[in-house]
Design a protein. Sequence first.
Length: 318
Amino acid sequence: MPRNKSGSSNGGVIGVTNNSSFGKDTVQIKTSSGCFSATQPGTRIVNAVIVGGGGGGGLAQNCSSGSGGGGAGGVLVKENLSVCGGATIPTTIGGGGTWANTTGTNSTIVIGGTTYTAIGGGRGGNCFASHDGTVGGSGGGGFGGRNPSPIAPGAGSGAAGTACQGNAGGDGDFTSPLYTGGGGGGAGGTGSDGAPGKGGNGGAGRDVSPFISTSIGVCGLVGGGGGGGAYASTSVPQMGCGGSGGGGVGGIQPSASGGTAANAPNQVGDANTGGGGGGNSAGPGLQMNSGTGGSGVVAIKELNKASGVWSMQSQFSA
C-alpha cells in the first residue's frame, strides 16, 4: 500500500492541516496610547477588547435639580482576529469626559490593517447645555429639570447607546419637590430612570473576562454607567448607584434651605474601565462638579488554538 504523504506532516493523522495559534494565552492590557509589545512568535489568532472613555456627569449649578449620570464608554469585543507572530499592535486609549458637560473619547486598535473603534460615552443631561443626555458608546442620563434654568423646565431624556457597544441612559424625573437625574447607560444594561427622591442607577457593565481574563477592569467587568444626582427641598434624597464595572455614584443636595451639597467620594468613574461619571445636584447659589468619566482600556489575548487537525511539528516548535 502506498505511503500516505499527507499523513507524514501531521503525525500520521489523516486530515487537512489547519492554521494554528500558539500564543500561550498571553494577556496584554494597555492603559495608555501606544503599541502593544510584540506578540509571541507562534501567535496567529487573538481576542481583543476595546473600551472607550466614559462620559462625564451633567453639570449641576444653581438649578435645584439632579443632573444625569454619564454613559459608559462603548465596549467592543472582537474574537479570533488573525495576526502575525511578532507583531506590534497600535492602540489609542480614550479619555473620560469631564464634569463640565463633555463626552468620553474613542479608543481604537489596529489589527491586520483594520481599525476597531469603541465609542466614548455620552455626557449626562444638565442645567445649561441640554436637559437631555447625549448619545455615545452608552448614552447619558437625563436631567431632573427643575427651574431656575436658562432653558425650559421639564425633565430631560436619556440618550441612546451605540449598537453592540452599549445601552441607553435613563430619563430624569420632574416630580415636585424631588427632582432627580437618570442613570447613564452601561455596556451590559440600560440606566434607570430617576424616581421621586432617588437618582437613577447607572446601567450595569459587561463581563469581558471570558475573552481576556479577570485582570481587566473590575474583576473582568467594564463599562458601568454613572448614577444620577438627586435634589429634594423637603427631605434627604438618595443618590443613584454607579453601575458595576466602574460607574461613579450620583451626588445629592439635601435641601434648599441651608443644605450642603454632598460630593460622593467615589463619584468619578473608575480609571481604565470606561465607567460613566456620576451626576450631582446643586441648590440656589451653588455649583457642584459632577463626576468625570473613567478612562478607557484596550486588551488582547494571544490564543492557543487549533481547529481540526494540526501539524505536530508546529506544536513542538511553538
